[in-house]
Design a protein around this ligand. Structure first.
Ligand SMILES: CC(C)(COP(=O)(O)OP(=O)(O)OC[C@H]1O[C@@H](n2cnc3c(N)ncnc32)[C@H](O)[C@@H]1OP(=O)(O)O)[C@@H](O)C(=O)NCCC(=O)NCCS
Length: 333
């Protein structure tokens, strides 16, 4: 059998400040009832001023490294997934690298939004299976709260997103027990760029930041909620079925389905589409909201640490987001 990539360590970090739906009621015309009914979200975490995505990423990274029982110096390569880097450039991978004292190993940033973790996992898997690296740190982190429109106009987005980070340490499986990543499947449809995007600043404008653009609220993310909902609900089950087929498995073989936590109604639709019982679907959006690239590793870490996830379990991951991009992966844990 080919070498498989295993998750040797996993960790997550969310900022301590809880923001409830009731807190948001004070900022905009929304209600706890509306948010719960439409999304399943009860609260989310927001960073304090001065805390950035690379800070959350670093915290998750050290937890994953500890969990892997290795020294940071053993890491050979870093992959970071985020849509909300501290700076327009460079990405956060280099910041995590420097804070871990890992100069001059390579640090790659992946920009695939909500699908970022699975896209990055796919890249890491290729490097490990090719023998290029033996230990890769993959970190996915987001700070959404500092760039949402907390007025009535932006309430569709503002209530959904939260801040957080998750990380994994990946290495080749040296045993012949079949554990590890069985497949990763990546998809995109660039005709939907404008359905979920942060339009400005844009390289097309000169100057790219103007008061007029600010007045038009062009620096806030926007989405066509219904279209995103429909596509997410359809593409994720399709992607899981594709990955199962490639792995010669069926839906019944799945022990845990970890969908990107976009909206609890979407997760339920994905479960329904796959005819998989809801007890097998990991859902924690009630506590964190949508943490974009970080949502899958946060959820995965929770079931790994609370004992639900057992060695040898079949785990299906799937995500959908801006681009549109979507993805799936099957792991024998
Ligand atoms: C955003 C979302 C929850 C809206 O749910 P919906 O059932 O489609 O609701 P609608 O769009 O029909 O909106 C109904 C009304 O609620 C209003 N509304 C929107 N956000 C609101 C909020 N936070 N509080 C109260 N009312 C709100 C709308 O303005 C609309 O009012 P109108 O009928 O007067 O125009 C849903 O579309 C969704 O989850 N989409 C996918 C989002 C997502 O997952 N994005 C990230 C993907 S990775």
């Amino acid at each position: 059998m080919d070498t498989r990539t295993v998750i040797k360590g996993i960790g997550h970090y969310v900022p301590p400040r809880r923001v409830t739906n009731f807190d948001l009621e004070k900022l905009m015309n929304t209600s706890d009832e509306w948010i719960r009914q439409r999304s399943g979200i009860v609260e989310r975490r927001h960073v304090e001023p001065g805390v950035g995505t690379s800070d959350l990423a670093y915290e998750a990274a050290i937890r994953a490294i500890e969990d892997a029982r290795i020294e940071p110096a053993e890491i050979e390569f870093i992959i970071a997934a985020t849509l909300s880097p501290d700076h327009y450039f460079p990405g956060i991978g280099v910041q995590v690298q420097a804070r871990l004292g890992l100069v001059p190993i390579g640090a790659l940033d992946v920009r695939n939004q909500c699908s970022g973790f699975i896209y990055a996992l796919s890249v890491a898997d290729q490097y490990i299976r090719a023998g290029t690296f033996k230990k890769i740190l993959l970190v996915a982190a987001e700070v959404q709260s500092t760039n949402l429109d907390y007025s009535d106009e932006g309430r569709d987005m503002a209530v959904l997103f939260g801040d957080g980070a998750g990380a994994v340490v990946l290495e080749p499986n040296t045993e012949s027990d079949g554990r590890g990543i069985m497949t990763t499947c990546l998809f995109a449809d660039g005709r939907h760029v404008q359905d979920l995007w942060l339009e400005k600043p844009s390289s097309k404008d000169k100057p790219c930041v103007t008061e007029e653009l600010l007045r038009q609220k062009k620096f806030y993310p926007k989405m066509e909620g219904k279209n995103v909902f429909k596509n997410a609900s359809e593409r994720m089950p399709e992607a899981v079925r594709f990955a199962l087929e490639r792995s010669q498995l069926t839906v019944d073989d799945i022990d845990w389905l970890v969908p990107h936590q976009a909206n609890d109604r979407i997760s339920q639709m994905v479960a329904h589409g796959l005819r998989i019982p809801l007890e097998k679907v990991v859902r924690n959006i009630d506590r964190y909201g949508n943490t974009t690239a970080a949502s899958i590793p946060i959820a995965l870490d929770e079931i790994a640490k609370d004992g639900r996830l057992k060695r040898g379990d079949i785990v299906a991951l799937t995500a959908f987001g801006s681009g549109f991009t979507w993805a799936s992966a099957i792991i024998r844990w």
